[in-house]
Ligand binder design. Structure first.
Ligand code: FDA
Length: 503
């Protein structure tokens, strides 16, 4: 096959990929971004780019014939999921043996589907997780740079206290306070000025119309509107969509050669291409990057990759659960989809948990408080290449999920005891399931910083090969991860552009 050349190639257009693309473009380096998902900028027949959560269509999920929403049921009725036709939709759920992982697909990666919570971790926990990174420099330079580029803002506290759209949050705050627990506001990249106009009826509703996991049509500062728009603006960056990198090898002149499948919207491979580049940046996310490199090492296309590749993966301790409130503690038929508060019990060394107060917009009163608990689960798993099937497998076990559940249960047992309330047990499919222990929104690790790479994301064993995404984070962060992924990518790019690409 013919080989297309670029100076630098970036695989993936999520946070890690977007930061790399912008900083390379600004440095005058001709850069090609390869993204397996589509570009989400064209309205469908309903006049909207993304479909709604309540009536999902083919745009919702990545090549599925039925949606697989995190909340499978309500009163054990399968009300939530719908039949759809197969299409490169925006949300994927990647299934491993005992864990499934939600990821975004499209130009912007996870930023298209996530809750926008833009949280900077506790400095002490960051330093514990990244002992070789200068925390002062991160908190003085790279975190502020990431927050400002991402468009992080905070909800107006007075509006928060008065609006019906955050009553669900205030009800959960009260229940936490009754147990002596602290809550804290969390910033977001959703434009809260826009949200207030939605509430006032002067702007088209998005966060106030239930939109989030299948994309937001308004208000959300996803990466296509921030980093990637700026990257394209440099004139040096090109993005190819519906192109999936299948394998990577190195030519005798030291350049990297990528084999890439271009698919159409039915998923058929319509072309297999080869690209060659001098500098290769991997931003396929914890799963995408780790799978590529585990396969490259174990099939011998990049044989000098070390044993750090494929190791140190965790779920950020994610566990979802619901509580049933008393009849007088309503949560509201109207709920904004962007979370703005968390229960912060991370300082409790016996059982550290940070629980995001999550929305459950049903359009009617249901008295359910939903939470995504981030627990300090120390369990880690590895990826391995299965030569029979050619698949990369994840060795996560149910016992490892049970550690997260036990920690979440300890916290929420306290809240239930103080409020004389109970769990909801009808939300996650089977009749007795209280805790969703089989999926994560926060895949972290697989190519941990300082282990699979040097302290700046340079992959061990190979020069001019870099990782900039969530696979660098060692399995746990204590908070939602994208601000940290972005800040670490900024740090890597500053170093690499200063040291590795100088003529
Ligand atoms: P990311 O997954 O963003 O991007 C990787 C990109 O590479 C994708 O676009 C993918 O299609 C592409 N790709 C992968 N392999 C490829 C290949 N071989 N070839 C070509 N392209 C390839 N975090 C947070 O901080 N606050 C929050 O509120 C939330 N909420 C949330 C909700 C939901 C529903 C999800 C699924 C996730 C969140 N998250 C979150 C998590 C957050 O979105 C996540 O941590 C980041 O998107 C990870 O950024 P990365 O750059 O690592 O990869």
């Amino acid at each position: 096959a013919a080989v297309d050349n670029a100076t630098a190639i970036v695989v993936g257009s999520g946070y890690g990929g977007a930061v790399a693309a912008l900083r390379l473009g600004q440095a005058g380096i001709r850069t090609l971004v390869l993204e397996m998902g589509r570009l989400w900028n064209t309205a469908g027949s309903d006049g909207k780019v993304f479909c709604s959560t309540s009536a999902p269509d083919q745009r919702s999920m990545w090549f599925r014939t039925r949606t697989e929403a995190p909340l499978a049921t309500f009163l054990w009725l399968d009300l939530v999921n719908k039949d759809i036709s197969a299409y490169p939709g925006v949300l994927d759920r990647v299934h491993y043996d005992h864990m499934s992982v939600y990821v975004g697909r499209g130009v912007g990666g996870g930023s298209l589907v996530n809750g926008g919570m833009a949280v900077t971790p506790l400095k002490s926990y960051f330093a514990e997780q990244f002992p070789t990174v200068d925390a002062d420099e991160m908190y003085g330079t790279y975190f502020p740079r990431a927050r400002s580029m991402l468009g992080v803002n905070t909800v107006d506290p007075a509006w928060f206290e008065s609006t019906e759209w955050y009553q669900f949050t205030r009800t959960s705050r009260k229940a936490a306070a009754n147990a002596g627990l602290k809550t804290t506001f969390v910033p977001n990249v959703y434009d809260f000025g826009y949200m207030q106009r939605e509430a006032a009826g002067t702007a088209t509703r998005s966060a106030l119309a239930g939109e989030v996991i299948y994309g937001n049509n308004q208000g959300k500062r996803s990466l296509d509107k921030t980093y990637l728009a700026a990257a394209l603006g440099t004139g040096n960056v090109t993005i190819h969509t519906l192109e999936k990198v299948r394998s990577v090898t190195r030519a005798s002149d030291g350049s990297y050669v990528l084999t890439v499948d271009r698919i159409d919207t039915t998923g058929t491979v319509v072309e297999t291409k080869q690209y060659s580049c001098t500098y290769l940046f991997l931003g396929g996310g914890s799963l995408g990057t780790t799978e590529l490199l585990v396969r490259a090492r174990d099939t011998g296309t990049l044989p000098d990759l070390t044993s750090g590749v494929g190791a140190g993966w965790g779920t950020n301790g994610n566990t979802m659960l619901g509580r049933a409130n008393h009849l007088w503690d309503t949560v509201g038929a109207n709920q904004a989809t962007m979370p703005v508060m968390g229960i912060d019990d991370w300082a409790n060394t016996a059982n550290p948990v940070f629980a995001e107060i999550a929305p459950l917009p049903m359009g009617f009163e249901h008295w359910i408080s939903l939470y995504l608990a981030i627990t300090k689960n120390p369990e880690r798993a590895s990826f391995s290449y299965d030569s029979t099937s050619g698949a990369v497998k994840l060795g996560w076990t149910p016992a490892q999920s049970a550690v997260s559940v036990a920690m979440a249960k300890k916290l929420f047992d306290r809240i239930n005891a103080a409020n004389l309330t109970i769990y909801r047990y009808d939300l996650f499919g089977s009749t007795s399931k209280i805790f969703a222990d089989d999926f994560t929104y926060h895949p972290l690790g697989g190519c941990v910083l300082g282990k699979a790479t040097d302290d700046y994301g340079r992959v061990k064993g190979y020069s001019r090969l870099y990782i900039t995404d969530g696979s660098l984070v060692p399995g746990s962060l204590g908070v939602n991860p994208f601000v940290t992924i972005t800040a670490l990518a900024e740090r890597t790019m500053a170093r690499v552009l200063a040291e590795d690409t100088a003529p």
